[in-house]
Design a protein around this ligand. Structure first.
Ligand SMILES: Nc1ncnc2c1ncn2[C@@H]1O[C@H](COP(=O)(O)OP(=O)(O)O)[C@@H](O)[C@H]1O
Ligand SMILES: [Mg+2]
Length: 484
């Protein structure tokens, strides 16, 4: 059969009108609802599905009415007014939420002559997987934001700084006074002596406690990035700086405290810029040309000998004096051995809490062994050693043998008596344990006094050499070189 040839070609206008009516049919079938308004915001066409959705009574004419009269929340009129499409939005119709799309309709001359609104989904239900993913992302974002905010709050209080020795008490007292005042604080002490702990405690007890506490570690950040981290970056400051400005730590700490850790590791060029900020109270971001005022209290810390560095020319004298307003020295643990027992108690409780198990305690010889070590890593090292012992041993009371990681330095009487004295003070213990500790101490003293010649030591102690050997092994005392 011959193909039907159209009698004549349609005119442009006819094609357009045919296209328009077939598109309208398409909308009608494709979407849950479709409505067209004219330039004046009156409905010119609405499909039956939409009418059903809004419960329109079939007897009354809907065409010619203002769109808002039928759909009070409609934003189609704005689309006509602005000529801007709204490709995705949520519209509440009769208490139900619908996903809608709105596009302007243009006339021959390109002018807006009306707008088309379609309901893409009348049940958000259909979008549930996407919506729940979105909600998940929102809640993740909220969590991260909260973590960020938490990260800017003090983690420690003064009560967490354990120690009743004279040195510890003095340090704590100085720190309390610093909390009551304004002005830079400089925390000086070996690694692990509690500088960070005190910085947090000072902030938490200061008038700025409600403000942020922001930390930056000059030793942990590559020199090239440190300036941007501290002072912020303006767009285009350097290749790869990005198109948005980024706040520096100074700005983030506005109204609060900036903890400048390992300040002794700061390069000289940045020391000059830091000094300027401290003097002027204004920061200038990298690549910026604007000074912003900031209200920040600086607590600096270092394990280095800043004074020696200053004398050697690697730390600026003017910055040193600027930071050294309220210097606080944190004593190393070996200078306050009497605090070891109490520290162990606290640290063992913390470790137990983390591991969700009952807290361990220390047997007398365990404490004695800890009391003899010199702790170059201070409280941090003590914590690590206790953690290791807890992980490796099943003993409820950790004994000397549970600390094989400590070098077997023979105890000196002072070291031992100090740790024993404090442990006796802090808790009443079974006599058997006390007796063992006393024996241990006396044996060590005898060994010390006799140059570790066991025969002589045994004589001093009034026991036989064999008995001494027995005690050495039962008390876990390292037998020395001289085995006479
Ligand atoms: N006096 C103290 N009492 C209790 N815990 C302490 C004390 N000093 C330090 N710590 C703990 O030791 C670890 C190291 O302390 P930190 O403040 O980071 O030392 P630093 O900053 O001087 O290296 C942390 O876990 C801290 O909680
Ligand atoms: Mg530190």
């Amino acid at each position: 059969m011959a193909r039907q040839v159209p009698a004549r070609l349609s005119s442009d206008a006819e094609v357009r009108s045919l296209a328009a009516s077939s598109l309208v049919k398409l909308f009608d079938s494709l979407y849950e609802g479709a409505v067209v308004i004219d330039q004046a915001g009156r409905i010119t066409w609405i499909n039956d599905k939409y009418k059903a959705l809004i419960g329109w009574n079939g007897s009354e004419a809907i065409e010619g009415r203002a769109i808002e009269e039928v759909l009070p929340n409609s934003r189609l009129r704005q689309v006509v007014e602005t000529g801007q499409a709204d490709l995705l939005d949520v519209l509440t119709v009769g208490g139900r939420q619908m996903v809608v799309s709105r596009i302007p309709l243009h006339g021959e001359a390109g002018n807006v002559i009306g707008a088309l609104g379609v309901i893409l989904y009348d049940r958000l239900q259909a979008l549930k997987p996407i919506v729940s993913k979105f909600q998940q992302m929102q809640s993740d974002l909220a969590t991260v934001r909260k973590q960020l905010a938490d990260g800017r709050q003090a983690k420690y209080r003064f009560s967490q700084f354990v120690g009743t020795s004279r040195l510890a008490a003095e340090t704590k007292e100085q720190a309390r006074r610093a909390a009551d005042r304004e002005g830079a604080v400089l925390l000086l002490g070996e690694t692990g002596t509690g500088k960070e702990l005190l910085a947090h405690a000072i902030h938490a007890a200061s008038r700025r406690a409600e403000g942020p506490l922001v930390t930056i570690n000059a030793a942990a950040i590559p020199e090239a990035l440190l300036e941007a981290e501290l002072f912020g970056v303006e767009p285009g400051a350097y290749t790869g700086a990005g198109t948005r400005s980024r706040s520096g730590k100074f700005q983030l700490a506005d109204g609060g405290t900036l903890f400048l850790d390992e300040v002794g590791d700061m390069p000289l060029s940045l020391q000059a810029k830091l000094l300027r900020v401290l003097q002027e109270g204004e920061v200038e971001a990298l690549g910026g040309n604007r000074l912003r005022p900031v209200n920040v209290r600086v607590i600096a810390a270092t394990s280095r000998d800043l004074k020696a560095m200053m004398e050697a020319g690697s730390f600026r004298a003017d910055l040193y004096y600027r930071l050294n307003v309220l210097p606080i020295r944190l004593p190393p643990l070996r200078e306050r051995r009497e605090d070891i027992a109490m520290l162990c108690e606290t640290l063992l409780e913390q470790i137990a809490e983390q591991g969700g198990e009952a807290s361990r305690t220390l047997a007398a010889d365990g404490l004695a062994r800890l009391g003899c070590h010199d702790w170059p890593g201070n409280v941090r090292e003590l914590r690590n050693v206790l953690e290791q012992a807890v992980a490796q041993s099943d003993n409820r009371r950790l004994a000397s043998a549970d600390f094989p990681m400590l070098p077997e330095t023979p105890a000196t009487p002072e070291k031992l008596s100090v740790s024993l004295a404090s442990s006796v003070e802090s808790r009443v213990r079974p006599l058997r344990e006390v007796a063992a500790a006393a024996e241990r101490l006396e044996i060590l003293r005898a060994l010390e006094a006799t140059g570790r010649v066991k025969l002589h030591a045994a004589k001093l102690l009034g026991i036989s050499r064999a008995q001494l050997y027995e005690k050495l092994s039962s008390l876990g005392i390292v037998s020395g070189e001289a085995d006479i």
